[in-house]
Each structure stands twice: as structure tokens, then as C-alpha cells.
Design a protein around this ligand. Structure first.
Ligand code: GLA
Length: 385
């Protein structure tokens, strides 16, 4: 039985009615890390790993929620929406409901089952998939008529305000606007975007999942945001048109280097370079220059490791293996950092042996099983057909 069939069956058994089925994907990011909240560029895509939602209105006056992967059922009174203890999966759902309410919509009570194959904490944005899947379903079921961009912003706010993570807009955007075989060049300031065909020829994308998620992740994420703001604060004194690091150049940074402490300067330097790398990768894709795409991926990782300092030993180990492999054009850590996956651009016919070697090496190094995912670029959240 497929995942969608299993979730459909569970829904009819548990709630005795027919649901709307929605598919909500994970995302990758080819390049452009930590640039979204600096109003810069990112190059993400939705992939063929997903969560399935089954949702229908109910007469119970309560939200009846079932997390298929955790085999857990929870009922929530639709009058009292307050965040539950940290990390509760219900926060991702109720945060979305609360945002609809903040926009003035009445959200009738509903039944909901969701579950799927996006590993949690792997840097593939399972949280955005949960938020955006439910937002899409409620928008359809209750005819709220919000646009896709409205839903993206609503879900980002849910994560910022209800879940309490100060994420940028990339994950929710990629989830919602994903398009098969294309990466999305998103300008995180104007929210203008452009699809670039991702022709990988005889290469493919392989994700290697460290299986670790260091507890530093969310506090360091917020610290990086502050460090970037501090950089903007310094530059603005001299160059008032600089409103975010997006507006800075390497020349400007060099000019005012003496005003910065070393850490803040490194953070800012990384962001300015990373923005340039995103645009360079788009140019390389247009020229079918995958070698250049790969080099920029390695350079991005170096910056994330040494300047932005959001990598960790496990990620560095895996990128180090990739760098030594002639069949890998590029590799880097992906997402917020401190664990999760590396993304690797690998010659397709060598992918199985690359994965096998990495698994052996990782097991020798960490004594842990290394999960590997060969991913395809897929469409964004939609009704399950
Ligand atoms: C997390 C956040 C995103 C983005 C990335 C880093 O995935 O949710 O908004 O900032 O980290 O690029």
C-alpha cells in the first residue's frame, strides 16, 4: 500500500469520512545558505520526498489531529490556541490555524492526519512541509482564497511566532512554488523569482544524512541573525543606503573592515560572497557548466565552515570525502547547519559506489549508519492526484 493509500485508509477508519488529500514536499537548496534573512538570493527546489495530508471539516468543535509517523492522536479545543511545550508537532499545525485567524478568517474545526517520508532534523524542511501542507488544505477546504504567496508568508509567520523559530522565507517558498526539474532563484527582498531548468546530464543530486542534529542549532541561528544585523548597523553609519547585507559589496566591507570585530566581519563577508555565488551558479547553469556549479558548492561549504561557522565535524567529514572523489563535482552542507545533510553533485553511474564508500567511512568514523537519498526535483505542494 502506498503512503497516500495508507493515510487515506487511516483517515476513513478513524473519522468515518472522505478527506481532501494534499502532497507537501521536502526541499533542497543548491546554494545560497543563510542569505534569505539577509534579503539576498537562494536557489532551492522541492523534491520527491513528501508528507501527505488528509483533512476534512468535522462537527466535533475540536481539531482532531493524528500524526501518522508518531502514531499519536491529539484533540485541541478550537477556542484555545496557545503553543504547546517546545517541539510539539501540534505547534506547526496550530500555528497555521492561528495565522488564518489573525487574518480574520474563522477556521471551522477539522480532522487531520499527516505523515510521510521527510526525515526530521535532516535539514530538508519537514517543518515547512507540515505548515504549508495544512495551509494549502485549509485554504482549499474552506475557500479562504489566499494566493500561494499569501500562504508562504502565513506559514513563515506561523513558524516565527507560534513555533518560535526566526527562520527566513526560503523553506516555505520552495515548498509551495517548487517546479519539476527546476531550481528557483528567489530574491528574498522583492520575492521576485525565476525558474532555472536543472539539467544535470549524467550527474545527479545525492544527499548524505549525518543523522545528527546538534542542540546549538536554533540558538546559533538566532545569533547569526543578530551578527548580520550588527554588520548592517556598522555599515549603515557610513553608507546609509545599506539596509541589509544584500546591499553590501566586498569592496564596501573591505573599506570599513577596521570598524568590525573579527567575528562580525567574517559573518558579513560570507553572506556577501554567498549572494554572489548564487548568481554565479545561475549563470553556470545557463551555460551548462556543472563543473563551475560544483566549485561554488565547495566554496560555499568552506565559507559556512570557517567564516559563518555553522557546520560541524560530521558535515565537514562528509564534504571532505566528496572533495577527494573524482566523480563528485561539488558538495556542501545544506540548510541551517550543525547537522542534517550534505548535498552532493555526483556522476550518476558512480553514485551507488560513492554512497557505499561514504557509508563505510562514516560507520568507521562515527559508528553510525549513514542514510543516503538520491533525489529528484519535484513540484510544490498540491492536491494529491
Ligand atoms: C533554515 C531556515 C531557512 C534558511 C536556512 C539557511 O532552513 O529555515 O529560512 O535561513 O536555514 O539557509
Amino acid at each position: 500500500m502506498s503512503l497516500s493509500e495508507a493515510i487515506h485508509e487511516k483517515f476513513t477508519t478513524l473519522f468515518g469520512q472522505q478527506p481532501l488529500l494534499v502532497r507537501s514536499p521536502a526541499r533542497i537548496n543548491l546554494i545560497g545558505e543563510h542569505t534569505d534573512y539577509n534579503m539576498g538570493f537562494v536557489l532551492p527546489a522541492a523534491i520527491d520526498k513528501e508528507i501527505i495530508f488528509a483533512v476534512a471539516p468535522n462537527e466535533a468543535g475540536r481539531f482532531r489531529l493524528f500524526a501518522y509517523n508518531f502514531d499519536t492522536y491529539i484533540e485541541i479545543d478550537n477556542q484555545t490556541l496557545t503553543p504547546q511545550i517546545q517541539n510539539s508537532w501540534t505547534n506547526y499545525l496550530m500555528g497555521v490555524v492561528e495565522q488564518f485567524q489573525q487574518l480574520g478568517f474563522t477556521v471551522p474545526s477539522f480532522d487531520c492526519i499527516f505523515g510521510g517520508e521527510i526525515p526530521k532534523g535532516a535539514g530538508l524542511s519537514s517543518s515547512a512541509a507540515v505548515e504549508c501542507g495544512l495551509a494549502f488544505a485549509l485554504n482549499q477546504l474552506f475557500g479562504f482564497n489566499l494566493t500561494k504567496l499569501d500562504l508562504v508568508k502565513l506559514c513563515q509567520k506561523a513558524e516565527n511566532q507560534f513555533v518560535g523559530v526566526q527562520c527566513g522565507i526560503m523553506d516555505q517558498f520552495a515548498n509551495t512554488f517548487g517546479k519539476e526539474n527546476h531550481v528557483i532563484l528567489l530574491d528574498c527582498r522583492s520575492l521576485d523569482f525565476q525558474y532555472f531548468p536543472l539539467n544535470l546530464h549524467d550527474y545527479q543530486l545525492v544527499l548524505l544524512d549525518t543523522g545528527v542534529h546538534h542542540s546549538l542549532a536554533s540558538s546559533e541561528y538566532n545569533t547569526r541573525r543578530k551578527e548580520c544585523e550588527e554588520g548592517v548597523h556598522i555599515l549603515k553609519k557610513y553608507e546609509p543606503t545599506i539596509l541589509s547585507l544584500r546591499d553590501a559589496t566586498i569592496e564596501i566591507l573591505e573599506k570599513y573592515k577596521n570598524e568590525f570585530d573579527e567575528t562580525t566581519w567574517k559573518r558579513c563577508h560570507f553572506i556577501v560572497q554567498e549572494n554572489q555565488r548564487v548568481l554565479a551558479v545561475c549563470e553556470a547553469l545557463q551555460k551548462n557548466d556543472l563543473g563551475e556549479v560544483g566549485r561554488k558548492m565547495f566554496a560555499s561549504h568552506q565559507g559556512l565552515q570557517y567564516d559563518y561557522e555553522v557546520s560541524c565535524d560530521e558535515l565537514d567529514f562528509l564534504v571532505g570525502l566528496a572533495a577527494k572523489d573524482a566523480d563528485v563535482l561539488g558538495a556542501r552542507m545544506m540548510g541551517g547547519g550543525f547537522g542534517g545533510c550534505t548535498i552532493n553533485l555526483v556522476r550518476a553511474q558512480s553514485a551507488p559506489s560513492f554512497i557505499e564508500k561514504a557509508q563505510k567511512a562514516y560507520s568507521d568514523y562515527k559508528g553510525m549508519e549513514l542514510k543516503a537519498y538520491t533525489v529528484k526535483i519535484a513540484g510544490g505542494t498540491s492536491e494529491w492526484a
